[in-house]
Design a protein around this ligand. Sequence first.
Ligand code: HEC
Ligand code: HEC
Length: 217
Amino acid sequence: MLKLLMLIGFALQSVAGWTATQTPFTPNVYLGSALAKQPNETRGQKLFQQYCVQCHQVGAVGLAAQNIPALAGQHSDYLIKQVVDFLDQERVNTTMHQQLVRSGLNNATSIADVVGYVANLPINSAPQYGSGKQLEQGKQIYEGFCASCHGQRAEGNGDLWVPNLRGQHYGYLLEQMLSMATAQRTNVSDDLHRMFTTYTESEFVVVADYLSRWQPD
Ligand code: HEC
Ligand code: HEC
């Protein structure tokens, strides 16, 4: 029900945007329909091998050296939202946008299939870590200001599109926090952006390090 309300919210936002500018827009047709589809994971695995593995790596564990995130075990609804946001350029990343547009993945069935495959892979157990300094401060920040949404064990909340943060590379976590703080990552709410502006880079460093060391259950 909550999700339905959020979807209606998305739709209203789009309509409001259109009314304000009177320019044509591409309605976000994929999000709702991709979320509703039952994934075919066998097909998803083939799509992953064809279009994603060269960057996201075998097992979808990501590639720390290039800040390519792990996708394995992430909530499927969150992943679908990110893919749709890359397609719509709500989340601006040229690499991902070009991959998704060019590859023939640009339809709800393929998005649901490839996401269904990676979401069911085991979470990466060996992500890149930070320096290991001041982990206690990272823990305090996380428990005080992040756990209310991301969960006591950083497991996220699939129903609310809150990502799992376990098994993710330190450098990628840090980069995303910085880009949410500077509003370069545009697909997050204003409230979330404002919250991230209240931290210094060294606070992001310690919380990213703390999170990256969290072993999956
Ligand atoms: C050429 C390399 C490349 C290929 C191929 C690629 N990706 Fe990515 N992907 C990236 C990079 C780099 C990022 C980080 C983008 C950013 O910084 O915002 C990313 C981010 C993502 C994210 C966001 C994860 C998160 O935690 O928010 C998803 C989902 C994703 N990719 C899915 C896919 C899928 C599915 C495919 C195959 C259809 C694919 N990618 C192919 C490089 C690639
Ligand atoms: C009000 C709820 C909320 C709070 C509090 C919150 N987050 Fe998030 N966070 C989210 C949501 C929702 C997203 C996904 C946004 C989107 O749709 O792309 C997110 C995304 C992220 C991402 C990007 C993950 C990825 O795979 O790309 C990181 C990293 C992150 N949060 C870390 C934190 C940290 C660290 C804190 C505490 C300082 C925090 N968050 C506090 C809700 C929250």
